[in-house]
Ligand binder design. Structure first.
Ligand code: ADP
Length: 599
């Protein structure tokens, strides 16, 4: 697992106090402003229903008084029907108001969570390649699903539960106060006992829940590694090893979770103890007043019902911190992600991208990944409309040239220009629209072949598609594929061979019809017939474009207009196949090696 970046990793230890109250408030304000504020009208409606629902708790306890004093004790039989009806009414109103507010807030929370998730996805896709190398798909998937979901469940719990419970508490204590304010104060004697431990538990919970989310991200990273590497794992019988690695992390998570559920349970527990103290105290002080007749049985029952009913919302509000803490931890992690800015981004005042096939030039370019330089002062020109081949030993920096052209990375020194305009002075979208990239590891999605070739474009007629399929020699392997064009190609195109995937990439490039072609040749050998077909399709594709070809087998680039030989990040030789052979040196050596090995 790689965890060298600025974000918190699974292995990092996190102290719960590393955020101030102000920072937490800022998080809540951010969500409030960007995602909740626009739903204000719905919030008002929901709050209206919540208030009604909460107030019904107070009404319920208040109705105990006439029920006891007038019906049970006073014996007014004619009141039975009325009191019963009122009770029924209270429950019905509470139910309707509850349904209404839950539906409204459920809607708001789903909508806002969807928006948040989409914003996050867009943002993460903008981040640099180096970011995505540091944080693997598993980690990011956990951020996008796990953290976002925590927030969702909590929003719902907090918004639907907390509002109603707060109103319920107010109305219940109102009733209790109206009956006897002294009793009410006595009932609350236990409260101060609660405060300090509750704070300590909250802090603890915040730390553990954050740690738990970190570890969950680690677990999904590990799962992702396992499932993407399932074949090598099987071949090397690494199942036990991988299961052990997974288990080790899962066990650590287990303990964090056990500790955190114990702490979550402690808060309602404390409230129970406080309630017990309150009950005992009121009985002690109030019991004599009832026996002496100063207070009615109805007062007593209504009071205790109010206090008794108050425990439940009080417990829930107390337990809320246990729910809130993971949400804050999740929010914090999302904010950290949102705060990262890509280094590769649009210029403030962009220049237009070349309209037709441009000349591509590298001028004394130094570039690399992190602190390691891969290109060290490389200069060459790929002429407009010509085919320029890049050759050289593995690791010489050929792919890095493509990464520079497409601005997956930027040069540290020197310039990369298209018709004289440095790449970083164009809009990223405009720049990337200039290229078609064809390689054997073309990205395929688990959709039909047709969708994989069209990639969402709807402006392409059936004839044009057919012409592209023919030109790319996709047509020649279509009969071998059950279901043809409309058959799904499997996850990452697993149902297609390397040569087939490459032809899909060629078909895409034909339809894309861009001024520059970047071709990363197949590394694995194709059989002779397929190779000839692919080569012919590529030659046709290169016509009328500026083409750069990374050549792994020199046989395919004999006809290139220019061959650039890279060695250790510099241009060692340049020329045509013939001139380079005549010149001797690296190219001639590479050529001899390949000819020998193919004998
Ligand atoms: P070539 O295509 O000529 O084989 P590359 O340009 O792919 O060479 O890579 C040159 C060197 O840069 C290699 O040593 C490789 O390990 C390193 N490298 C390539 N891509 C990355 C990357 N994304 N992050 C870190 N190092 C990389």
């Amino acid at each position: 697992m790689q965890t060298k970046g600025p974000l918190r990793s699974t292995e990092d230890d996190i102290t719960p106090e590393d955020n101030t109250f102000g920072e937490r408030l800022a998080l809540v304000r951010w969500i409030g402003r960007d995602y909740l504020a626009k739903h204000w009208a719905w919030f008002i409606a929901a709050f209206f229903f919540m208030s009604i629902e909460g107030a019904m708790f107070g009404a319920l306890s208040y109705m105990m008084k006439p029920m006891f004093d007038r019906v049970f004790v006073g014996g007014e039989a004619n009141m039975i029907g009325l009191v019963g009806l009122i009770f029924f009414g209270i429950f019905t109103i509470r139910a309707i108001a509850g349904i209404a507010q839950k539906t409204i807030l459920g809607r708001v929370s789903q909508i806002s969570v969807n928006e948040l998730r989409e914003d996050l996805l867009r943002h993460v896709m903008r981040l640099d390649g180096s970011f995505h190398q540091t944080y693997g798909p598993g980690y990011l998937m956990q951020r996008l699903s796990g953290d976002v979901n925590t927030i969702n469940s909590v929003w719902k719990a907090v918004l639907t539960g907390a509002g109603r419970d707060a109103v319920a508490l107010i109305s219940l204590f109102g009733v209790a106060f109206a009956i006897d304010w002294q009793w009410t104060l006595v009932a609350l004697v236990g409260a101060p006992v609660l405060i300090l431990p509750a704070f300590a538990i909250q802090r603890f919970l915040r730390g553990t829940s954050r740690r738990a989310r970190d570890m969950q991200a680690g677990l999904s990273t590990r799962l992702n590694e396992i499932f993407t590497g399932i074949v090598p794992i099987k071949l090397n019988t690494l199942e036990d090893y991988q299961a052990g690695r997974f288990r080790a992390l899962a066990d650590r998570l287990l303990w964090v979770k056990i500790r955190s559920s114990a702490a979550s349970a402690a808060v309602p527990g404390l409230i129970d103890i406080m309630s017990g103290m309150g009950f005992a105290a009121v009985l002690y002080f109030g019991g004599s007043e009832i026996m002496s007749g100063d207070k009615t049985v109805g007062d007593f029952v209504a009071f205790f019902t109010a206090i008794g009913l108050a425990f439940e919302p009080l417990r829930r509000l107390g337990a809320l911190s246990g729910t809130l803490q993971p949400a804050l931890a999740g929010l914090e992690r999302l904010r950290e992600l949102f705060d990262l800015e890509p280094e590769v981004r649009d210029p403030a005042r962009p220049k237009p991208a070349p309209a037709s096939m441009p000349e591509v030039r590298l001028e004394a370019v130094t570039a690399g990944y992190g602190d390691t330089a891969v290109l060290r002062g490389a200069s060459f020109t790929a002429e407009a409309g010509k085919v320029t081949a890049l050759v050289g030993p593995s690791g010489a920096g050929k792919s890095t040239v493509f990464n520079l052209l497409t601005r997956l990375i930027d040069p540290k020194n020197g310039a990369v220009t298209l018709d004289g305009v440095p790449t970083h002075e164009m809009k990223l979208g405009d720049l990337r629209a200039l290229y078609s990239v064809v390689s054997q590891d073309a990205l395929l999605f688990d959709e039909s072949l047709r969708d994989n070739i069209l990639l969402g474009r709807e402006d392409i007629s059936e004839e044009r598609l057919q012409a592209a399929l023919d030109a790319a020699h996709v047509t020649s392997f279509l009969p071998d594929i059950e279901g043809g064009l409309d058959a799904p190609v499997g996850p990452r195109g697993s149902k297609l061979s390397g040569g087939q995937r490459q032809r899909v990439a060629i078909a895409r490039a034909i339809l894309r019809d861009t001024p520059v072609l970047l071709l990363d040749e197949a590394t694995s050998a194709l059989d002779a017939r397929v190779e000839a077909e692919v080569q012919e399709a590529l030659d046709r594709l290169a016509r009328g474009r500026t083409s750069l070809v990374i050549a792994h087998r020199l046989s395919t680039i004999r006809d290139a207009d220019r061959i650039v030989v890279l060695q250790e990040g510099r241009v060692a030789q340049e020329g045509t196949h013939e001139s380079l052979l005549a010149e001797g040196g690296l190219y001639a050596d590479l050529h001899r090696l390949q000819v020998d090995s193919s004998r």
